[in-house]
Design a protein around this ligand. Structure first.
Ligand SMILES: C[S@@+](CC[C@H](N)C(=O)[O-])C[C@H]1O[C@@H](n2cnc3c(N)ncnc32)[C@H](O)[C@@H]1O
Length: 275
């Protein structure tokens, strides 16, 4: 039991996993299943294995992170993004004669979130006949999920919120799943990035950050408060003045940042960063 506690402490200290009572049972179940699958019947055997197999840490973390996502998850948020936030961003870019738009989806899971944003931007850019370089950086800590994101094949239940016009315009049906068309896939760059990485402020793939829109949804809730603080500091720095931050439904801007953001809509968690 002492060894098991050490493992949990290690995961908490190094990875910020939140082992508060509401999360503990499910994390413990996943750890137990992993070592049973490997044929171990005692925790101590698994701990020895972890010491001798550095790759196992990566596998364990993949297993402990939750990857649930879907296209246009929380339809209202995406409706506000489509009708207010993105048009506002595009019109201020136009006013300032900027020709590029930079977006970061942090904790992008299988690509559903960045691709949903790409679809909305594609609609707007076409409608307004804008000549704009669009850079959507999508990052996650899980390599397996990133590979899936790049393949961009989705089961029908992940597409429940996709409008028929988008389904027909941007997806091709392949037996039991739908493949996203390359015109949208090409708008998103995926890379491996640990949001807790203390050595960088932004994903290296993006070179300098400077994002007009950052989405970090349904990831922060899995971290302990000290890590949430670190993540929020990083997100704040990465957003341009007058840029926007989108959080998950159960997440909000921490009290000490309240004066730095204004909420765009009372019903969803989209915040404008004040200049
Ligand atoms: C529940 S999913 C949210 C997906 C999407 N943002 C959404 O709201 O639908 C959380 C994602 O965060 C990723 N994640 C967890 N810890 C992370 C970390 N330290 N750095 C980067 N991504 C992480 C997980 O791998 C997972 O894909």
């Amino acid at each position: 039991m002492e060894e098991y506690k050490k493992l949990l402490d290690h995961l908490h200290k190094t990875r910020g996993f939140d082992f508060s009572p509401s999360r503990f049972a499910s994390l413990k179940r996943k750890i137990n299943k992993r070592f049973a699958d490997l044929g171990f019947y005692q925790t101590v055997q698994y701990l020895d294995y972890l010491k001798s197999e550095p790759n196992e840490w990566k596998k364990l973390i993949d297993l402990l992170t939750v990857h649930t996502s879907s296209f246009f998850r929380n339809a209202l948020t995406f409706e506000v993004l489509a009708k207010r936030t993105l048009p506002q961003i595009l019109s201020s870019q136009k006013k300032e004669k900027k020709t590029s738009l930079r977006i970061w989806s942090a904790g992008c899971a299988g690509g559903e979130e960045p691709y949903s944003v790409a679809i909305l931007i594609n609609d707007l850019v076409k409608k307004e006949k804008l000549n704009m370089d669009i850079h959507i950086f999508a990052t996650d800590i899980n390599t397996t999920i990133l590979e899936k994101a790049e393949q961009a094949g989705y089961a029908p239940d992940q597409l429940g919120n996709v409008k028929l016009k988008h389904l027909t315009a941007y997806f091709t049906r392949k037996s039991d799943h739908f493949l996203l068309n390359s015109s949208i896939k090409e708008m998103v760059t995926f890379s491996l990035y640990d949001i807790l990485d203390a050595t960088t402020y932004v994903p290296p793939e993006s070179v300098f950050g400077g994002f007009d829109l950052v989405l970090c949804r349904n990831m922060m809730i899995y971290f302990s408060p000290d890590r949430q603080k670190k993540i929020f500091d990083k997100l704040y720095r990465s957003i341009n003045s007058n840029g926007y931050l989108v959080l998950g439904e159960a997440e909000s801007v921490p009290a000490r940042y309240k004066d730095c953001f204004s909420r765009q809509d009372n019903d969803c968690h989209i915040y404008g960063k004040k200049a």
